[in-house]
Structures are given as C-alpha cells and as structure tokens.
Design a protein around this ligand. Structure first.
Ligand code: ZN
Length: 269
C-alpha cells in the first residue's frame, strides 16, 4: 500500500481549509482598490512603533543575519524559479523546517501566497513553510522570505499558538496590527531594499521631524520603488495579468516599500 507523506497530507488539508475559512479576506482580495488607498495613506512609522520596539526589531535583524549575513547589505538579484527552490530547500533543511513549494491556483487560490505552521508537539516534529509558486518569481521569493521570517522570529514572541499563519495578498493592513506578521514583513523589506538602496529612495529629510511620519510616498519615491520592483523582482504592472492580481501586487509593493521607509525613518536601519 502506498504511504502518504504526513506533511504533504497536512499541507493539502490546510490548503483545502484556507479558502473556506477566510472568506472575509477573499472579499477584500477581489476588491483591492479601497484597501490599497488606505495602505497608501497609513502612517507606517506609527504602526511600526506601536507593534515593534527598537529592541525587538534589532533582535529580529540579529536572528536573521545569523542565517542570512548579507541581509540589509547586498541587493538580492532576481532568481529563477529553479534556483529559488534549490536555495529555499537548502536553507530550510539547515534550519530543520519542512518546505513545500507548489502552485495553488484553485478557486481563488491565487489570493494565498503561503503559510507557516509552527512545530506541533503531537503532530509535527518540525515547522512547515508552504509557498504558492503559481505567483510570479519576485512574489514567490518575498513569500518565502516572509514565511522564513516567521520561523526566525517565532521564539521572540513567546508564541505557543499551534495555528497556521496564512499569508494572503490582500491582508497587509492586518499585518500592521500584528507584531508577529509585521516582524516577518520587516525581513522582506530589508531583503528587498538594503540600506544603501533605502537611503537613496526614501531620503526625504524635509519630512522628518522629531517624530517620524511616513504617510504617502512622494511621487519621486513611488517612481523609484516601481522601477526597483520591475528591475529587481520582475514585477511589471503593465503586464497582461488580471487587474485584480496587479492591484494586489501593487498593495504588496506599497506595503513593503513603506515599511522599509518607516524602518529607516524611525529606527535608522
Ligand atoms: Zn505571516
């Protein structure tokens, strides 16, 4: 009799439940314009201060640089799907994490970017990272970075929850209210915009008072962010993807850029 790998079975079960259990998120995924505007106006420095202190962010970065020494220093180069999977597999093997990467299109499946499941004493010996590879390669790499971020920061938050951390494209506003999600996103932002790049794009000292505020990106910053996303991550908003997909990628681009800006303005990272 063919034995079913218990991790693959669990991933399959979680994927099956992801869509039916997250109807509200899927509604915003289908109508991204309103959320997009809200994210664009939001003061990220304030959200960052509220969720993650300077000390916690420093610990997050220190934990990550042990695995990823060039984080925030060297620019990630665009990588092929194959090389990405090889690298991700190596990292997750070293870290003793089950790694699954497969396309999940399903009904509304594209809304899901990936998930992380912490070690569960009874069922799982190791945590699981799942990445939906139906997305374009730049998005797949950032999903992996976010899920890896959960793994690298799980101990910092003393979290005993044994649930699943889903990453939905439309759910960035919720990340701003949740230190665990925001810590994982901090690593995506630092990986996407190393310090030298961030200082070039977001250096707008005339906006910086005693208390940093990071509301809307200036037109110049937005143009630089967009061209950075195109050249470095292959995200081309003039492509043929469905409009809803492009708007969700745009929300992700704005979210990670503004978080990077806030990290610079608030914590000088
Ligand atoms: Zn997450």
């Amino acid at each position: 009799m063919k034995t079913v790998n218990p991790v693959s079975k669990l991933v399959k079960d979680i994927l099956a439940a992801a869509i039916s259990e997250n109807r509200d998120i899927l509604t915003s995924w289908k109508t991204p314009a309103e959320d997009l505007d809200r994210l664009a106006r939001r003061d990220y420095a304030r959200c960052l201060r509220r969720q993650l202190s300077y000390g916690v962010v420093t610990q997050v970065v220190n934990n990550a640089t042990r695995v990823w020494p060039s984080l925030n220093q060297a620019q990630l180069n665009p990588i092929t799907q194959r090389r990405f999977e090889r690298t991700a597999r190596r990292i997750t093997t070293d870290l003793k994490v089950h790694f699954q990467a497969s396309p999940y299109i399903g009904p509304e499946g594209m809304a899901l970017r990936g998930f992380y499941v912490q070690k569960q004493r009874r069922l799982l010996q190791r945590p699981i990272i799942y990445v939906n590879t139906a997305h374009q390669p730049g998005a797949v790499s950032s999903t992996f970075c976010h899920e890896l971020g959960h793994h690298l920061t799980s101990r910092l938050f003393n979290s005993h929850d044994e649930g699943v951390h889903f990453f939905f494209d439309a759910d960035y506003a919720a990340h701003l209210e949740d230190p665990i999600e925001l810590a994982a996103d901090v690593l995506v932002s630092l990986a996407g915009y190393p310090a030298a790049v961030a200082r070039r794009i977001f250096a707008e000292p005339w906006n910086w008072g005693l208390i940093a505020r990071t509301g809307r990106l200036s037109d110049a910053a937005f143009t630089s962010v967009r061209s950075h996303a195109e050249t470095r991550f292959g995200i081309d908003f003039s492509s043929q993807w469905p409009a809803e997909q492009r708007l969700n990628y745009l929300a992700g681009m704005i979210h990670y850029a503004k978080l990077r800006w806030a990290l610079l303005a608030e914590y000088d990272l």
